[in-house]
Design a protein around this ligand. Sequence first.
Ligand code: NDP
Length: 333
Amino acid sequence: MSTTQMSLEDIHALAKNTLMTQGCDAENASAVADIITKAEGDGCHSHGLMRLAGYAATLKSGKVNGKARPTITKLAPAVVQVNGHNGLAPLALAQGRSHLIDAAKTCGIAAMPLIGIHHFAALWTEVEPVAEEGLVAFACTSYKPAVIPAGGNKALYGTNPICFGWPRKDGPPMVFDQASSVMARGEVMLAAREGHALPEGVGVDEDGSPSTDPNAVLKGALLAFGGYKGSSIAMMVELLAGGLIGESFSFEAAARDNGDGGPPQGGEFMLAMDPSLFGDAAGWADHAEKLFDKIKEQDGTRLPGARRHSNRNETSRSGVAVSNIVLDKISAL
Ligand code: NDP
């Protein structure tokens, strides 16, 4: 794959300028560029610059308001609702974050339902900053139908990622972030772009037959990880990021989506907990380290997030090798 080496600053500028030429104002463009740059910096290319084409399509079609201003409403002392007013999710998340953190530090636990947003990103970019403030954090979001409920034959659930962050005294928080499908759709798109076959058991084609061809799976559907267990987690995400907060389920989001290739309008659910208010204020951090140490004692293990952090160390020094296919697509915008 031919690539161009870019600094994180150059990646941010490219993303921000491109979004501004496509209809975002500076504040929205900057918020999206922040999370695209984080994704590239941590080696999560499926949610980096590759996503600009989708953002551009959705701004061009008018589905998303690139100049939206989120509003924040306290629905209860520990429930902070953010309404994105049909904008992109990153600005809504960035503006809601301090309210969620304050509510969790006051009440011990707080939730942030986000409505009226268009979400197209990796969740760790949102959970990690909350965990860096010393809070245990959780987030999930739905999408458009891409995953078959266990035993069924038609996509119903989104790829519905869940993300969990745990703060640590020394070093970055432990954060895991995973789709409830066997593989995230972004990874399937990446395989299609790079011409790689998928492993067995990732998805089916339009006729419901198992396939390792990423293009066929993009037209067909993905399977939930772990069979019926992952399927129930995908259902839980639909309920938290849709049913609980007055937003759409994936199938409802798809029904009103214009198919422009960008993210549909939908919701997200975030939770934050202050570990100093759950009964072990003095001990919780060291106690968790004992678990992490026990995990790492075993050969072959690592903590989730370790790959990203090692990429982050590397790219902060030497930049990122960005695919020229992606850069050509951005130039064409
Ligand atoms: P992966 O399967 O690549 O990774 C899932 C998690 O497992 C990561 O936290 C990863 O950490 C960790 N992990 C991987 N290997 C190991 C290991 N050997 N030991 C311990 N931990 C490990 O992620 P997915 O493909 O499921 O999801 C990719 C991204 O797609 C996510 O960021 C998700 O938020 C995003 N997504 C977004 C959607 C949206 O609608 N906005 C929809 C679906 C997915 P590490 O990163 O360090 O490897």
